[in-house]
Write a protein that binds this ligand. Structure first.
Ligand code: NAD
Length: 255
């Protein structure tokens, strides 16, 4: 039996490509009004093709985070759904990790989700309904060498998710994290090259021996598969699901 989907207002970050673009497309198909937020101007074409409104913002900037939510509120009258997805990666050992990269990653992938959550909160509280989905990673559950900042930000994002769930419980606001293994996106394509350099391997060896080493299902994930789970977690049906981390990790953490 299919249920009718209530149209909502959604803010999605990191929407020029990959998982964010897939989430925007899925939300627009569901009839949601979507503000697609990205610093890459190419995101405009992607967003508008899906039927979303594009908002250009560098989310490492605190004021830009607040402005993005303010834009959704003034344009659509509020925010019901927030998907914190924007992310970058930098691969280097701790010894060689540039401090500026560490700060950029923490700003974008931990501080921005906090600021966006904070900015969207009053609107969700007033409506008595809200859905926050934080795109974390299998690297919010386990570590791998060479990714200190990313792994630290993603582990922190689980803490933010749990706290938002506890504070939102009485207000109709849920917060959940999603923990994918390797998804076929530009972020992973770049990592294949970086990891090959770091480990002195061929790129195909990186995919088979590093990325899929712990996977029971030996393939990369499609962004649309992640969008399906985001759609469930932001639905009316998921009102009892909060504070949880959803692994979509090919069986990686089953061992
Ligand atoms: P992607 O590179 O395709 O998308 C990332 C998006 O973030 C891009 O649109 C980029 O322009 C945007 N972005 C980067 N810096 C920004 C900034 N300062 N301000 C605003 N936007 C910015 O990557 P993806 O794989 O789709 O990653 C999306 C999220 O999923 C990330 O948080 C990533 O950590 C997470 N994730 C990805 C994988 C994977 O295997 N691809 C696995 C687990 C988790």
């Amino acid at each position: 039996m299919s249920r009718a989907i209530t149209p909502r207002v959604a803010v999605v970050t990191g929407t020029s490509s990959g998982i964010g673009a897939a989430v925007v497309a899925h939300f627009c198909q569901q009839g949601h009004q979507v503000l697609a937020v990205d610093f890459n101007p190419d995101g405009r074409e992607v967003a508008e093709a899906a039927g979303a409104v594009f908002y250009q913002a560098d989310l490492t900037d605190a004021d830009a985070c607040r402005s993005a939510v303010a834009e959704a509120v003034s344009r659509f009258g509020g925010v019901d759904i927030l998907v914190n997805n924007a992310g970058i990666q930098h691969v280097a050992s701790i010894e060689d990790f540039p401090e500026a990269k560490w700060r950029q990653i923490i700003d974008l992938m931990l501080t921005a989700p906090f600021l966006l959550t904070q900015a969207a909160w009053p609107s969700m509280r007033e409506k008595g309904w809200g859905r926050i989905v934080n795109i974390a990673s299998v690297h919010a559950q386990v570590a791998s060498p060479g990714k200190a900042a990313y792994i630290s930000a993603k582990h922190g994002l689980i803490g933010l998710t749990k706290t938002a769930a506890l504070e939102g419980g009485a207000q109709g606001i849920t917060a959940n994290a999603l923990c994918p293994a390797y998804v076929k996106t530009p972020l992973v394509d770049n990592q294949i090259a970086d990891q090959a350099k770091l480990h002195g391997m061929e790129e195909q060896e990186v995919i088979e021996q590093i990325m899929l080493k712990n996977a029971a299902v030996k393939r990369l994930i499609d962004p649309a598969e992640v969008a399906e789970l985001v759609a469930y977690l932001t639905s009316d049906a998921a009102g009892a699901v909060t504070g949880s981390s959803w692994n979509i990790d090919l069986g990686w953490t089953a061992q």
